[in-house]
Design a protein around this ligand. Structure first.
Ligand SMILES: Cc1cc2nc3c(=O)[nH]c(=O)nc-3n(C[C@H](O)[C@H](O)[C@H](O)COP(=O)(O)OP(=O)(O)OC[C@H]3O[C@@H](n4cnc5c(N)ncnc54)[C@H](O)[C@@H]3O)c2cc1C
Length: 274
């Protein structure tokens, strides 16, 4: 039997040029940046945790040059771009895609929700200061979420960086499927209105201690939760210790097979991405 692939890749993968249409602070710790452009007409939304590589101008560079290859060589090509025009590379999730626009006009619009951590990190700083017309590039990566077919229920766990992914999964999932979702946020008002079926238990976990490391509350909550013993598919994303910690707990304490846990360190406390 053919081995099941770990990820769901997009059918077509190429570097897409886009520009900022607008941005707004939607809650205490979230900035929503909406991007558009003619290239986005070919964008095929896949729902769930659809993510992409994002290229933004380096404020210390004199120009902005995107790689041209969307194939396997894109990273090598990116590294060969001279430093004075090489963009900053980060990873983000499609919060919503509107092929016919609606907020800024009738062209395609793609929303990205940035969990803001001030100006610590070029992507967060960019989201806080970007202006209409600012250029960026995208490279479609498809889905990490790829449930094992035998799962009888799903467990979704993340910190604020994974809020867009978990909300995306909840918006795409079969409404008949039982789901327990735990999303850690830095402020009660960071909660987003999410329409879910009666089979979904969505827990917003608000970090009361501003000095606490994101992810610790979610890990402790999941470890202490009463959860069904039936076969599960778990999607865990966010700060690296949250992702590895929940996986370790599920495998060691709850005897979940390793293959049934998709765990992704979206970021690492104290370390820049790339
Ligand atoms: C598949 C995937 C999808 C993602 N989708 C999203 C998304 O939709 N929205 C989103 O907000 N993030 C998302 N992330 C996480 C995002 O890529 C990282 O948070 C990224 O490091 C931010 O880049 P930066 O330039 O702001 O900070 P970096 O330059 O990478 O880091 C600078 C400093 O900021 C800290 N830092 C980084 N991220 C955070 C954070 N979230 N909270 C607090 N401190 C942080 C680092 O530890 C470091 O000390 C995703 C990551 C992956 C892998």
């Amino acid at each position: 039997m053919a081995k099941r692939s770990k990820f769901v890749k997009p059918e077509q993968r190429e570097i897409v040029s886009a520009h900022v249409l607008g941005s707004k602070q939607i809650s205490p710790n979230f900035v929503r940046v909406t991007i558009g452009g003619e290239d986005l007409r070919g964008f095929v939304p896949m729902g769930f945790d659809h993510w992409f590589r994002m290229f933004i101008p380096d404020p210390d560079a004199s120009g902005f040059r995107l790689p041209t290859s969307g194939g396997n060589l894109w990273y090598a090509q990116f590294k060969l771009i001279p430093k004075d025009v090489r963009p900053i590379l980060r990873n983000y999730t499609v919060r919503e895609f509107r092929p016919a626009g609606g907020v800024y006009g009738d062209g395609p619009e793609l929303d990205i929700d940035f969990a803001s951590h001030g100006d610590l990190g070029p992507a967060s700083a960019w989201a806080n200061s970007c202006a209409p017309g600012d250029p960026l590039g995208l490279l479609d990566e498809g889905l990490i979420y790829n449930p094992t077919p035998d799962a009888r229920w799903h467990l979704l766990v993340g910190d604020e960086s994974a809020l867009p992914a978990i909300v995306g999964i909840l918006g795409s999932i079969d409404p008949e499927l039982p789901v327990r979702a735990f999303v850690e946020i830095g402020h009660a008002d960071d909660r987003q209105d999410v329409a879910v079926s009666e089979n979904v238990e969505l827990h917003w976990l608000v970090r009361e201690d501003a000095a606490a490391k994101p992810g610790e509350l979610a890990l402790a909550t999941v470890a202490a939760a009463e959860l069904p013993g039936d076969p599960v598919y778990a999607f865990v994303a966010g700060e690296s210790d949250l992702a590895t910690g929940v996986r370790r707990h599920l495998v060691n304490a709850r005897h979940v097979p390793k293959a049934d846990v998709a765990f992704t360190g979206y970021w690492r406390h104290g370390h820049a991405a790339y």
